[in-house]
Design a protein around this ligand. Structure first.
Ligand code: SAM
Ligand code: SF4
Ligand code: FES
Length: 346
């Protein structure tokens, strides 16, 4: 089928085949982005939901090969915010107008269930939605977070290719990752997953499988990010701008196809996209995305949460980012949402 026919078909039937997805990912993207933008407009409207992100610890017990926070990176200077600092950053986020706070960290054992639940209930006193992104935990721990008031949880599958997953995550287990995502849905979280685009040995076929997995699992949020090599990891390589641009385009295509298949979900324009392309988040917002997650961590910690190099906004303050992103969103005729931005399942 030609590209136009596949795209037309997605308007009435979002059960498209693996080979149709591969064709869309191999296309030049021009038409795909138009259809994804129109689908976004029709199903989730022109509002952009802003989520204030607090990166509260860069200490991690895991060895994910792509990530600058991996346990074997001894060059990074590690930090962990105190409970009161986290609460302080969250309340400043609320003052800036954020309706959702996102707490993200490495897998840091200091933050036990008891400590996390205390932080969760203190943030929930501020009348905001709360998203967690803390990695793999037990069913009981996820349940305790939910009972303490957390609304959403993000944990990317990263890749659905089991062999590649286990190569990228030495000592970790693919089935456990799947189980975590299933548990979160069963407990009743708005659940977010997603993948990295451009991992070594990853194929278009494998990305099409990732997309089908997201569709079949009916996740509420999907974040897609281009892989950006970090010098202090085993995957480091110095890449040409051409390779970076291709990876940006491919991430955008994966994201756009996801919009066509999971029409009413929340999809962020990711920070990694803007790290590769200076206008990446706006381009993503015009190709299917409807969420941005500006950093509201204060001070030097922004630099130290270095999951990949040249991360944007490390020298700016939360208020500068808020003004910057608001102006960009308005400049393309979109609105800043005033709601908590839950998925509207119609
Ligand atoms: N530790 C939690 C986890 O792994 O789910 C949350 C923090 S982790 C830094 C958040 C996301 O960063 C991961 O899901 C991964 O996709 C992304 N990430 C890590 N290293 C990256 C890299 N080099 N390039 C692009 N994204 C990366
Ligand atoms: Fe740790 Fe998450 Fe980075 Fe893996 S991706 S090393 S779990 S912070
Ligand atoms: Fe941080 Fe633009 S969003 S400076």
């Amino acid at each position: 089928m030609n590209i136009k026919n596949i795209l037309e078909k997605t308007k009435t039937d979002n059960n498209i085949s693996h080979s149709d997805i591969v064709e869309l990912l191999n296309s030049d993207g021009e038409l795909l982005f138009k259809y994804a933008d129109e689908c976004r407009r029709q199903y989730v409207g022109d509002d952009v939901h802003l989520r204030g992100l607090i990166e509260f610890s860069n200490i991690c017990k895991n060895p994910c090969k792509y990530c600058g926070l991996r346990n074997e990176n001894h060059k990074i200077s590690r930090y962990r915010l105190s409970e009161d600092e986290i609460i302080d950053f969250a309340s400043r986020g609320v003052e800036y107008g954020y309706k959702t706070i996102v707490l993200q960290s490495g897998e840091d054992k200091y933050f036990t269930q008891e400590r996390m639940c205390k932080i969760i209930s203190r943030i929930k006193e501020m009348d905001v939605a709360l998203t967690l992104s803390l990695g793999e935990k037990s069913y009981d721990e996820y349940k305790a977070y939910k009972e303490a008031g957390a609304d959403r949880y993000l944990i990317r599958i990263e890749t659905t290719d089991k062999t590649l997953y286990e190569k990228m995550h030495p000592g970790m287990n693919f089935e456990n990752r799947l189980k975590c995502l299933q548990n979160l849905q069963e407990i009743g979280f708005e659940t977010g997953s997603g993948c990295l685009v451009g991992l070594p040995e990853q194929t278009i076929d494998s990305l099409a499988n990732d997309i089908l997995y997201f569709k079949n699992s009916d996740f509420d949020m999907i974040g897609v990010g281009p892989f950006i090599p970090h010098p202090e990891t085993p995957l480091w390589k110095d890449e040409s701008n051409e390779i970076k641009n291709k990876r940006f385009e491919l991430s955008l295509k994966v994201m756009a196809v996801i919009r066509l298949l999971l029409r009413n979900i929340n999809i962020p324009a990711t920070t990694a996209m803007e790290t590769i392309n200076p206008n990446g988040r706006i381009i993503a917002l015009q190709s299917g995305a409807n969420v941005v997650m500006p950093n509201i961590t204060e001070g030097e910690y922004r630099k130290q949460y270095e999951i990949y190099p040249n991360k944007i906004c490390v020298n700016e303050s939360p208020s500068m980012c808020r003004n910057c992103i608001s102006a960009k969103i308005k400049s393309i005729g979109r609105n800043i949402s005033q709601s908590k931005g839950f998925r509207c399942k119609i």
